[in-house]
Write a protein that binds this ligand. Sequence first.
Ligand SMILES: C[S@@+](CC[C@H](N)C(=O)[O-])C[C@H]1O[C@@H](n2cnc3c(N)ncnc32)[C@H](O)[C@@H]1O
Length: 449
Amino acid sequence: MSELEALRSIINESLDILQAELKAAKLPELWVSKPELHPLDDISYIQTPRLFETRRILLGACRMLGSAVQPPTEKIIEEGWAHQRSQALHMVCKYNVAGVLAQPAVDQEKGVDAETLAKRFGLSPDPFKREMRMLASHHYFRETTEGYFANNRVSMSLVPPNVAPYAIEYIATWGLKVAHRVVDAMDVNEYRTGAQLAYGFDTDMFAYIAKHPEYLSMMVSAMTGLYESQANGLLNDFAWKDLPAGTTVIDVGGGEGGLMMAVAKAYPHLKVLDQDRPEVGPAALANWTKHAPEVLQQGRIAFEAHNFFEPQPRSGVEYVFVMRCIIHDWPHEESVTILNHLRNAMLPSSRLLIIEHVIYPPLTPTEKTPLLLSSIDNSKPYKETPTPWPMPNGPQVLELAHDIEMYCNFKAKERTPAEWASILGECGMKVVKIWPTRTEFSVVEIMLA
Ligand SMILES: C[S@@+](CC[C@H](N)C(=O)[O-])C[C@H]1O[C@@H](n2cnc3c(N)ncnc32)[C@H](O)[C@@H]1O
């Protein structure tokens, strides 16, 4: 079968499955143009594994089809201009253009002319119109008639409290500046990170942003948003329910305790302990007082000051250790130190759960790899589907972007299963299982070797 024919059949089959899944879930068809969110856009909606996987595969096939159809030089130059799109998104988030267009007084069919909008924001009308037009050509907003703009489903997701604007603020400011120095940071003689080169500091990044509240609050908002949008998948696709009653889940570097709060709320048989730097404690407590007072009252959630570069004070059969987005923040040597401290506290029955973006190298499946969409197992827990030929394995666009971001900020990384096995082996530990979830994250379940 030719590549185009294979892509045609993947797209056709996936679309059939997508529509059948939507129908079975009594959900409407998906759309782009209508200025309304779809029920699936609600972060609390739990889609079936089959729907999640079908959307992922369809997206990968459409991207590959585009790469076959578009002249390669045009694709290269077009993608090279990605920073313009990112800055245009930054501009519309900064002025909440989508929020203004969503106001009840606005005619949703006609929209508002660029001049009126630009004046309201104190921006020059002509470049504003052109930025909006560029975004509309990428299916953010609609240009309804020349110079008039209205929302569509995608731009509606730019309205706070949706998490996207917080992520864009980070990506288009800090992210752009550190990416600009990534090539310099890759020089074999350069020990500094892209972030250190871009911002001129020589401590670790956490120490730097702790002294710069404007960056700290931007990063906390972006991360909290990202994690909130992933909470459901993490809660449903790892077997928290099978942990013995009375287990204390220790979140090492748990930050403001969002994940632990969600786990404690969903699984009343568990207790949770958030370990982080002492200065994070008050924010965690304020977070739980506001969002989980009942869990606090039941004494099932607590904070403990702990430096993960020092020995882990907790050891016992009643503990399960969790680390989300910690190891990917540290270069190899520091990661080994953090893991060794946990290894020393673990018993043969102990488990460590590392929640990060596991990278599946883009190995191209062979033509013989069957098209497995029709055999997706809908039972829980979620079972990952191999990507069908001819797509590279896993259209992990976001995961790979995070991987590079970890390099820019820390000279650290996201890991493939083989890389996890290697670093854990160095620390006397091994992978029991990698749990894929209906998010960009996987749960790497680890025990002593
Ligand atoms: C990327 S955040 C992840 C937070 C949390 N695990 C989550 O997923 O929401 C990294 C966390 O590591 C914490 N951290 C940094 N250095 C630490 C150290 N030496 N000991 C303990 N925690 C530390 C930071 O305070 C921050 O909360």
